[in-house]
Design a protein around this ligand. Structure first.
Ligand code: CP
Length: 315
């Protein structure tokens, strides 16, 4: 399997070229096929150290980055931030500089502050991958979503994608909007006015505040969780009322194309933004597939930044 030109860091989708995104999707697809077929995977990260630094909770992203690194032969260290010297007052930058002194090849970071990954990338010599920074971006989520769509629908260009729910606080929404626009999809956002960022249409989306209109004839329905951990104050009257107007159920889904794909980055809150019946629909829900694709896409991202490092080291 050939290794495309790597990227220095993966901090966000905004600003990435279509070819760079497609190269990561192709590489992720190739890893997914090889793993499923039980074929040998080249240990392209042998003798490399990957440190996962998660300052926010995670199940899918942290586990899949660990698996991805191990499948590629890396030494993977998961730093437990709750028992680290951060608890004694050490700053993010000092923590990163300390880890940098141990000469890792890659730092994978999730942090509650927008811009944390970019800041770190200016202070360290190794590659930095953003595993989610505040409300800003979650680039590997958008890449795995795109690969899931491409595998199911055969393309991304020309599809209509509705991203529904808490757009205001969602880094997943922002990364997906940038990626889908770059690859030629039409993007709608569907949310109550309280959960829409000011001037969101400037991101190149059509805005809907009614679910049935927003879902009309769409190819993809991407649901988002209410990010209560980022909310200061009440943005919805109650979870029950939110579900009534914005929760995805069979009745609202009927407005979408008959073969519309249901997606959710997880974790799901069943009965709040999505009904169990549609979440578990084996024909239309791609939610479990998103998780599997996530490991392969993260292998592609780790491979890419390490191949860039290798090129630098060889100079
Ligand atoms: N989608 C996602 O980022 O899930 P985790 O918070 O479990 O990593």
């Amino acid at each position: 399997m050939s290794r495309p030109d790597g990227i220095r860091h993966l901090l966000g989708i905004e600003g990435m070229k279509a070819q760079e995104i497609e190269a990561l999707l192709d590489q992720g697809d190739s890893y997914l096929e090889r793993y499923r077929a039980g074929r040998k995977i080249k240990k392209v990260l042998k003798n490399r150290t990957q440190i996962n630094l998660f300052f926010e909770e995670s199940t899918r992203t942290s586990t899949s980055f660990e698996l991805a690194g191990k499948r590629l032969g890396a030494n993977v260290i998961n730093m437990v931030t709750s028992s680290s010297s951060i608890k004694k007052g050490e700053t993010l930058i000092d923590t990163a500089m300390t880890l940098n002194a141990m000469r890792p090849s890659v730092l994978v970071i999730r942090h509650a502050s927008s811009g944390a990954a970019a800041l770190l990338s200016q202070k360290v010599n190794c590659a930095v991958i953003n595993a989610g920074d505040g409300r800003h971006e979650h680039p590997t989520q958008a890449l795995l979503d795109a690969l899931t769509i491409r595998r199911r629908k055969g393309r991304i260009a020309g599809l209509t994608v509705a991203i529904c729910g808490d757009i205001l606080h969602s880094r997943v929404a922002r990364s997906n909007i940038h990626l889908l626009n770059t690859l030629g999809a039409r993007v709608r956002v569907v949310a109550p006015p309280t959960l829409l960022p000011v001037a969101v249409e400037r991101l190149g989306v059509d805005v809907y505040t009614d679910m049935r209109s927003g879902l009309e004839d769409v190819d993809i329905v991407m649901m988002l969780r209410l990010q209560t951990e980022r909310m200061r104050g009440a943005f919805v009257p109650s979870p029950r009322e939110y579900f009534h107007f914005y929760g995805l159920d069979a009745e609202k889904l009927a407005a979408a194309k008959p073969d519309a794909l249901i997606m959710h980055p997880g974790p799901m809150n069943r009965g709040v933004e999505i009904d169990t019946e549609v979440a578990d629909d084996i024909d239309r829900s791609a939610i479990r597939e998103q998780v599997e694709t996530g490991v392969a896409v993260r292998m592609a991202c780790l491979d890419s930044v390490c191949s860039h490092l290798q090129a630098e080291e060889d100079e």
